[in-house]
Design a protein. Structure first.
Length: 171
């Protein structure tokens, strides 16, 4: 039965890949760049999730069942606080947003947009709402991965503070 399930998944993946390849001639260069960015984001997030699962498994084996339940709870439910760090990559071509230990990649224009959203609105609450709208439209994957459900999430407060502490808005 497991073999049938694996074959079904492989066949579905092959079918989807063929559909995607068939659509490529109709997509302009800008659309292809977007698809590449999204594919790289998906691959990165899958690899990060796999590494996080391996770390959780090692911690579970090391700490026993109690640790396993705690890790499951920690990784599957909203975290009251967010540890966010933003670093420029060694190549200088993008930024790493490290959120609770998980690395997410942002290109320079997207990072500049986030910085602008933290500085341009007249009030902090407006900035947090604009950040939320940006992430809903552009990086929903991060909201899902970190269980962020609204503009009032502590995630946006932490992001706002990190950006304002480390970046200035260039005129």
């Amino acid at each position: 039965m497991a073999k049938t399930s694996k074959n079904k998944i492989k066949n579905q993946k092959d079918r989807l890949a063929k559909e995607l390849v068939a659509l490529l001639p109709e997509i302009d260069e800008e659309g292809l760049v977007f698809l590449l960015k999204q594919a790289n984001t998906l691959i990165h997030n899958m690899r990060a999730a796999r590494l996080n699962d391996e770390i959780a498994e090692l911690n579970r084996k090391k700490g026993g069942e109690e640790s396993s339940a705690q890790n499951l709870s920690d990784s599957r439910t909203a975290v009251p606080g967010y540890d966010i760090e933003i670093n420029r990559s060694n190549s200088g071509k993008n930024y790493h947003f490290i959120i609770n230990g998980r690395k997410h990649f942002f290109d320079i224009p997207d990072t500049q947009k986030i910085i602008t959203l933290c500085y341009r609105p007249e009030t902090k609450s407006a900035a947090l709402k604009f950040l939320y709208e940006y992430f809903v439209n552009e990086r929903d994957d991060i909201l899902q991965e970190h269980n962020v459900e609204s503009a009032k999430s502590p995630f946006f407060e932490a992001l706002f503070r990190e950006v304002r502490a480390n970046f200035t808005l260039e005129n």
